[in-house]
Write a protein that binds this ligand. Structure first.
Ligand code: ADP
Length: 204
C-alpha cells in the first residue's frame, strides 16, 4: 500500500480501481460489484454531480455562464467540445474537478469504515494519477470497434466524437500493462465470471 493510500484507507481495507476505455463496460461491471454488496464509487458520476453543485460558481468564473443551461444545469456537450479541442482548458477543468472528486472519495471511504474492499471506477484512473491511491487496479478491455459501436448506441453520438474522446485517454496497451487484473469484456456472462474470480482472489 503506498503512502497516499495509507492516509486514506482503514486497516485491512483495500481500495480497488476499476478502469478501462470509454465503452469498455466499466459501469456495467461496477454495477455487478455493487450487486455483490461491495461499496462502489463512480468517480465520473461524482465529478458530474459536483460540477452541477459546489463547483458551479468556480466553473462559471473560469469558463463563463454559457457552459450552463438556462435551467442551471451543466451543458456537458458544450464543455466537452471546448476541452476535447483545447488541452489547456482541459487542464484548467481538471485542476478544479480532480481535487474535488478526490476529496469526495475520501468522504465515501470514511462513510464505509468497516468495508474490506471499496471499488472506485474512473475512466481516467491512470491519467489523473488516482491509480497511485489504489491497492490494485482492474482494467476492463474490449476491442476498439466494439467500444465505438456501444458508445454510439448508448450516447446517441457519431463515430468521430467517440474517437475524439478516446484520443484523450492513454493507449490501451499502456494501461493493460500497468493493471493488476484484466477483464476481457466480450460476452457479458464471461466478464462476470472473470470479475467473480478476481473478487475471490481479492477477498482471500
Ligand atoms: P463504460 O462505463 O466503460 O463507458 P458501459 O458499462 O456504460 O461502459 O458500457 C457501454 C455500453 O455497452 C452500455 O450500453 C452497456 O450496456 C453495453 N455493454 C457493456 N458490456 C457489454 C457486453 N459485454 N455486451 C454487450 N453490451 C455491453
Amino acid at each position: 500500500m503506498d503512502s497516499q493510500n495509507s492516509e486514506l484507507s482503514f486497516t485491512g481495507m483495500k481500495i480497488i480501481g476499476l478502469t478501462g476505455g470509454i465503452g469498455s463496460g466499466k459501469s456495467t461491471l461496477l454495477k455487478w460489484f455493487s450487486d455483490q454488496g461491495i461499496p462502489c464509487y463512480d468517480a465520473d458520476a461524482s465529478g458530474r454531480k459536483l460540477m452541477n453543485g459546489p463547483l458551479k460558481n468556480q466553473l462559471i468564473e473560469k469558463f463563463g455562464k454559457a457552459y450552463y443551461h438556462p435551467d442551471g444545469t451543466l451543458n456537458r456537450k458544450k464543455l466537452g467540445k471546448l476541452v476535447f479541442n483545447d488541452e489547456s482548458a482541459l487542464r484548467e477543468l481538471n485542476a478544479i474537478v480532480h481535487p474535488a472528486v478526490a476529496n469526495d472519495f475520501k468522504k465515501f471511504v470514511n462513510d464505509h469504515p468497516k468495508a474490506d474492499l471499496i471499488i472506485k471506477e474512473a475512466a481516467i484512473l491512470y491519467e489523473s494519477g488516482a491509480a497511485k491511491g489504489c491497492d490494485a487496479v482492474i482494467y476492463v478491455s474490449s476491442p476498439e470497434a466494439v467500444r465505438i459501436q456501444r458508445v454510439m448506441t448508448r450516447d446517441n453520438v457519431d463515430k468521430a466524437s467517440v474517437i475524439a474522446r478516446m484520443k484523450q485517454q492513454w493507449p490501451e496497451a499502456k494501461k493493460r500493462e500497468l493493471a493488476d487484473y484484466v477483464i476481457e469484456n466480450g460476452y457479458i456472462e464471461d466478464a462476470y465470471r472473470q470479475a467473480a474470480q478476481i473478487l475471490a482472489e481479492l477477498s482471500s
